[in-house]
Design a protein around this ligand. Structure first.
Ligand SMILES: [Zn+2]
Length: 686
């Protein structure tokens, strides 16, 4: 290939690869596979290797530069990169609107509209293009002077190394109806834009995993990684970090009238903008916009910490000017913080339903995400050790969704020396019974079944959603009922009278009537819920459902032998033992009888009559079944479409083996027919 041919080929490859970048990153659609694109890049790389003087700065091969830098050069911003004032509440944003409208004339206020966009949790940077080529990329720095991080920003595929071709831009402007507004636009001129370098949640998690695996400290948030990656002296490291970029500001003035137009033009020039950005015609729309993204932020692949609101009209934006270090016409309308700093005033322990002791941090009350938080779970003794937490420490508390907050970090640097270490108590704080901890369990437990704290927790559990599901009966009412001595065990709930409730706080005739009715309505209960409500250790919702499916009636479950329980596939030996023991303890027998006496009716699980899932399968039964009569078993198979045969042959699909099986068992073994026991059979036909 001659040099002239190589030059032409290189130009074509560059243009094509850049167009593909625009397709993928800006338009979010691609008609070329990543493999194909890589092979084109490889060809370009090889050609440039043969003709090194044909390498240009905007070549896609130049994204990762060779040598690490000693330090970053300083870059003066053409216009200061101002920071934004924060608004946290609706009132804040209304106050902001009142402040700006006061500075504008009545006529100016008439058509006042806003532009809203996502506030990325990343690093703001400025990009300068000269003659269409990315020349400088800089951090915000102190707002006036930043650092030249061009070679690191070049590693981000979403950032174009050159603007799109002039012809593409002109036709893009025409199509968007912006040709007149931007008639002074010349790609050859200097172009300054701003945007955000950021990292996805997925990449954030991946990097933190690597950090931990290497024994390093995990990053606290994606912004920290973004900043750390952009301020890397070795751009090879930045390149590994798969960063993203969204443009949000066109600084150069080409006659654009609104911020909305700037977003449109940025896209036409070749930058990625986020489609959530939108014009809002009044402040109510702005408030709704933020509300929407507060609710849906988890759908985004990256973190945002609020929305940015600004006056859409650029003339008015400039007229409103700057106050302190921030423009008056823009504001960061933030989401409530999900993290806050506070102090641990005390550490107490809580006794759970199964006797598990959970340490809790009592916090100086602090608002997190719109909720005041005054306690955080510490999970167990080991967690306190891991955090190195002492009473009196200043801590960072975080809340995810609606769960009880966790302590994320202890700020040891702020210690005064008066902090006190926490010692796990040796006895239950409620009943005084010595606590036990069986290795490898990390949890200490109060072993006393009659412990008042355990009983209280059991009440909450018994009426809970997955158990008896009694409407309007929360912990507060249960506490009152217990304190008034109206309940000794959950069976007493079903004998409560309206007059009992009228003595309690906040109860009137109507509410008392409703609660008694709500309790009574739940006397009939499905077997699975009832089993769950018994609170047998190791029996969660799933296991309770399994047991209900297998045994179908409480009578059969109570009668089952430990041996048969141990045969059930999904139930471990410990849980099997717990179940077996539960129904043989005197207290529990008394409790069950009491439940039935007060009117609780457990509905047996009915077999599914319409299922045909055994269709075409042949069963042979041998030996004595313990929970089923043979005729009943046959009926169950037939009802689900299966066949029952008296002799084993190669056509037999399953042989169900009970106690003392006969010759059929041996024959099945010889023929290699699948052999199942009774419990497996019961689970199978479910
Ligand atoms: Zn206790």
């Amino acid at each position: 290939m001659t040099k002239q041919e190589a030059k032409q080929r290189i130009e074509k490859l560059k243009r094509f690869i850049n167009q593909q970048r625009y397709q993928v990153h800006v338009l979010d659609r691609s008609d070329l596979s990543a493999v194909a694109l890589d092979s084109l890049k490889k060809e370009l790389f090889d050609l440039e290797n043969s003709f090194p003087d044909l390498v240009t700065a905007d070549s896609p091969t130049q994204r990762v530069a060779g040598v690490p830098l000693e330090k970053f050069d300083k870059v003066e911003h053409t216009q200061p990169m101002l920071s934004l004032q924060d608004a946290f509440s609706e009132q804040d944003i209304l106050d902001w609107e009142a402040r700006i409208t006061k500075l504008l004339s009545a006529k100016e206020n008439e058509g006042l509209d806003y532009f809203c966009e996502l506030k990325f949790d990343g690093l703001a940077v400025e990009l300068i293009f000269r003659e269409g080529l990315l020349t400088i990329g800089a951090t915000r720095g102190n707002g006036l002077v930043g650092e030249d991080v061009t070679c690191n920003l070049k590693t981000i595929e979403a950032i174009p190394l050159s603007l799109r071709g002039e012809d593409e831009i002109v036709s893009g402007l025409k199509a968007a109806g912006l040709a007149e507004v931007f008639q002074s636009f010349k790609a050859a001129e200097e172009l300054v834009i701003r945007g955000e370098a950021l990292i996805s949640k997925k990449e954030f998690a991946k990097i933190n995993q690597q950090q931990m695996a290497a024994g390093l400290v995990a990053y606290a948030n994606p912004r920290n990684i973004a900043a750390g990656s952009i301020r890397q002296l070795d751009s090879k490291i930045t390149a590994q970090r798969k960063m993203d970029f969204y443009a949000w500001d066109l600084v150069s003035d080409f006659g654009q009238k609104t911020h909305e137009q700037e977003h449109l033009v940025l896209k036409i020039l070749g930058f990625k903008i986020h489609p959530a950005a939108k014009r809002c015609s009044n402040i109510d729309e702005v408030i709704r916009y933020r509300e929407y993204w507060l609710k849906h932020r988890d759908r985004l692949p990256f973190e945002i910490d609020g929305v940015v609101v600004q006056v859409n009209n650029n003339k008015l934006f400039d007229k409103l000017g700057v106050a302190g270090k921030s423009p008056r016409a823009a504001i960061a309308f933030k989401f409530p913080l999900r993290e806050a700093q506070t102090m641990v005033q005390n550490i107490i322990v809580q006794v759970g339903r199964t006797g598990a002791i959970t340490p809790l941090a009592i916090l100086k009350p602090v608002a997190i995400g719109g909720v005041t938080v005054s306690r955080a779970t510490l999970h167990n003794e080991d967690e306190i050790q891991r955090l190195g937490l002492k009473i009196g420490d200043t801590v960072i508390v975080g809340r995810a969704g609606d769960v009880i907050p966790d302590i994320l970090r202890v700020l040891r640097e702020l210690r005064t020396g008066r902090e006190k270490s926490f010692k796990m108590p040796h006895a239950c704080p409620v009943c005084g019974t010595p606590l036990v901890r069986k290795e490898p369990d990390v949890i200490w437990r109060c072993p006393n079944q009659k412990c008042k704290a355990r009983q209280r927790r059991y009440f909450y559990y018994f009426v809970g959603r997955a158990a008896f599901d009694i409407d309007g009966l929360g912990p507060q009412i249960i506490n009152q009922l217990l304190d008034y001595g109206l309940l000794s065990d959950p069976a007493d709930l079903f004998t409560l009278q309206e007059t009992d409730l009228l003595n309690l706080e906040r109860f009137a005739e109507k509410s008392a009537h409703n609660l008694v009715k709500a309790i009574s309505a739940k006397k009939r209960i499905r077997l699975s819920r009832f089993i769950y409500a018994l609170g047998i250790e190791g029996v969660g919702e799933e296991t309770a459902q399994d047991l209900a499916n297998i045994f179908r009636s409480l009578r059969k479950l109570r009668a089952v032998s430990l041996e048969d329980l141990l045969k059930i596939k999904d139930i471990g030996p410990k849980t099997a033992k717990n179940i077996h023991q539960f129904f043989r303890k005197k207290d529990n027998i008394v409790f069950l009888e009491k439940l039935f006496r007060v009117g609780v009716k457990v509905e047996n699980t009915s077999p599914k009559s319409d299922s045909q899932k055994l269709s075409g399968q042949t069963f042979v039964l041998t030996g004595t079944l313990s929970t089923l009569e043979r005729e009943r078993a046959k009926e169950m198979i037939r009802r689900q479409g299966g066949n029952v045969s008296e002799s084993v042959s190669s056509d037999t699909d399953f042989v169900v083996v009970g106690e003392n099986p006969g010759s059929k068992f041996d024959k099945a073994k010889k023929l290699g027919v699948k052999i199942i026991n009774e419990t497996e059979f019961l689970a199978f036909i479910e």
